[in-house]
Design a protein around this ligand. Sequence first.
Ligand SMILES: [Fe+2]
Length: 296
Amino acid sequence: MLDVSPLWPADLDHIRLDTPSPRALARFYEQAMGMASAALGDGSYLVHGRQRRLVIGVGTARANPYNAFALADRAQLDGYRRFVAARGVALEPAPTPLFEDDAFAARDPDGRLAVFGCPKPGFADVTPAEGPAAPLPGRLQHVVVASARFPDIMAFYRDALGFLVSDIVHTGKADGPPGDTNVCFLRANLEHHSFAAFRAPAAASDHHAYETTGWGDLKLWADHFATLAVPLWWGPGRHGAGNNLFFMVRDPDGNNLEISAELEHLARGQPGKPWPAGGRAINLWGTVWNRDVAAP
Ligand SMILES: [Fe+2]
């Protein structure tokens, strides 16, 4: 396992979600997440707001064809491209219009693209968002996938792409030997995770998260969602892995959005923790969302 990586530092910049009706889903993000929409000319929309942006494209509901990570500068990107290519990964053109032309992508074992590049400055200046949620803090911070090929996904993001492992969850009991790893949290900067994977019966997008400035922001967001009759379906709670406060809501397609605060920081070489089965890694306060039907 790496304790240094040329991917460091990299931040989640944007994700793409597909839907049969991009305009309708974009409208949800405008109202619920305080974002503005811009048509990208191919039927897709950029939805963007305060420290948050997504591409909403035409496709199967809940598909997540790519997740895009921004590196610090071109020199880092060049070195990182060599690092990934040296691990035998086939590099593909970046599908996003939001990064400069030298961005590239790598296809994970479930067919999803991980995209790496430097943001194009022009896209930061589109029409400002309006509405009650526009000023609320919520930086797009992590994205999570579920996979039936979990060991392959974990190995790909760790070994081929150079994400550092923070905490893992395994299927063993606290007083027994560790079992199979079934959740892995990975990072490319000080924040505990910008990507994570859960073992699950089928490949799927799991959730994406917006990091706020503190517990009080969760109240502001929950009150805002209440005005739109968008219910909290999980939480509030505190994840054991990452130690962040959270709740989750769903968009009309069923994509899970997490509002988060107090996400743990880990230094570059700092090891994470292994968590036993039992659910405390997932929620210290209450109910657990278990994605792994095979887990005891
Ligand atoms: Fe999360």
